[in-house]
Design a protein around this ligand. Structure first.
Ligand code: HEM
Length: 423
């Protein structure tokens, strides 16, 4: 582990800098990561029409799984105007293109999206044409989340903590130039920042940040775990493809929808009472626990959670009294892949271990169907598995917030009307 001269573990420092934000966090952070950041494109219009086309720009592991960028920021924004003008749209576009010129669109530089909520479109007189974008709501009878209704949300992601910090400053008008490129406008010329949420994902980061609410004091999170619960997630074959989540027609063709919830994790029992086998059974399936299919955080599984080796969810529930999280979700697969693309990350926001569960799907109903499968209603009716107890990982999760957004195609990302930017 790298330490600075005051003994702060380097990774811990980088994360808390993102969570804390501000000029001094950034200055200290840049001092610890002096390496230059690759420059962006001279021609932002050469970037893909899909804002969410990140995969081709991100690193992959040896098994061909996309590695999520390590540092994340979600900026919630309120639109200052009543009805977008061409000038405002130009301002927003200028701000975003400035980021694209400043940083390579990659995990080494910066990837980002800008999305808009149902309430934003409602203010402008309707819902986005051709898109399933309902207002967020509770998705199980065990939750009572706060429903997020900012007008817009920016998702910034990079392996470099200083990049998400600087980009955030640039968007807020606090930095005239990023990586030697001028910020031609700020998003705060058209919006007001309403909230800032942060997080991280990747080997070592959760272990370095386990001194927080919801995690027992015994430092149980494995050093190499990419997520607090101790397993690798986002295997290539347990993700929807970017094609599957892309809107196919209409003014927002090439866009996608984004669900962003925040979930508090309560890992006392997970680590202090459940053993390794129970954790594997609840996360994957009881058959994987019995066969020892999952080694460590699950790197040995390759590019798939190997759900073919799991029994049917109802059979497992009846025969083993436990059903796995991924096992339940197999029922919503299409062409042997899930229908949502997860881009979630862990967080210590609110002083508590949590997850910002960001996922992309063609329609919000794809997310709702997936979440219903995770609730396991059928399973609880026909077995001893409870709504919480032995029902995948539900017992350890409390949903605190939910929000739905449309990520328009790049050409319609600047303050779209319900009919697109030309409407
Ligand atoms: C918040 C804590 C959560 C953790 C730690 C977690 C972790 C995992 C892990 C380790 C896997 C198995 C590896 C994989 O298949 O990629 C998985 C699969 C999956 N999870 Fe979660 N998950 C969480 C919440 C959710 C939520 C809220 C949803 C959405 C409803 C969800 C949807 C999925 C889907 C669709 C799969 C793939 C299943 C398949 O392969 O068919 N997860 N998750």
């Amino acid at each position: 582990m790298h330490s600075d001269d005051r003994g702060i573990p380097r990774r811990a420092f980088l994360k808390s800098a993102v969570a804390i934000g501000g000029a001094s966090a950034l200055a200290a952070c840049a001092e610890r990561d002096p390496e230059p950041v690759p420059a962006g494109t001279e021609n932002p219009s050469s970037l893909p029409e899909r804002q969410h086309a990140w995969q081709q720009f991100l690193a992959q592991d040896d098994a061909g799984n996309t590695i999520p960028p390590r540092h994340h920021v979600l900026l919630h924004l309120e639109y200052d105007g009543d009805s977008p003008t061409e000038r405002e749209r130009q301002t927003v576009e200028d701000a975003l293109r400035s980021l694209e010129r400043a940083y390579e669109f990659s995990n080494e530089g910066l990837v980002f999206t800008l999305g808009y909520s149902p309430s934003y479109f409602e203010t402008l007189g309707g819902s986005p044409v051709g898109v399933d974008l309902p207002a967020p709501r509770a998705l199980s009878d065990l939750e009572d989340p706060e429903l997020d209704t900012p007008d817009a949300v920016v998702h910034l992601a990079s392996d470099r903590a200083k990049v998400v910090l600087r980009a955030g400053q640039g968007l807020r008008g606090e930095n005239d130039a990023l990586n030697g490129e001028p910020m031609e406008a700020a998003l705060t010329d058209a919006f007001t920042v309403a909230d800032r949420r942060t997080g991280f994902v990747g080997a070592g980061l959760p272990a370095d940040h386990q001194d927080t609410g919801g995690v027992p004091d015994s430092d149980p999170v494995p050093e190499d775990a990419p997520l607090y619960m101790g397993f690798k997630s986002t295997f290539e074959k347990s993700q929807a493809t970017e094609d599957r989540v892309t809107i196919q027609s209409g003014p927002f063709e090439g866009g996608t929808t984004q669900h962003a919830s925040h979930i508090d994790l309560n890992l006392q029992q997970w680590y202090e009472q459940d053993g390794r086998e129970e954790r594997v059974a609840k996360m994957f399936c009881p058959a994987h626990a019995e066969s020892g299919a999952v080694e460590g955080v699950g790197e040995n599984l390759g590019d798939s959670p190997q759900l073919d080796d799991c029994a049917d969810a109802e059979d497992a529930a009846r025969e083993k009294g436990v059903v796995g999280h991924s096992q339940k979700l197999e029922s919503v697969r299409e062409n042997d892949r899930p229908i949502i693309l997860r881009r979630d990350f862990d967080s210590t926001d609110g002083g508590h271990a949590g997850v910002h569960f960001v996922s992309l799907q063609r329609s919000i109903s794809d997310f709702v169907d997936t979440r219903e499968a995770m609730n396991g209603g059928d399973v609880t009716e026909r077995s001893a598995v409870g709504r919480r107890r032995n029902n995948g990982i539900r017992q350890y999760l409390s949903v605190t917030h939910r929000g739905n957004y449309l990520l328009p195609p790049r050409s319609a990302r600047a303050l779209p009307s319900p009919g697109g930017v030309d409407a």
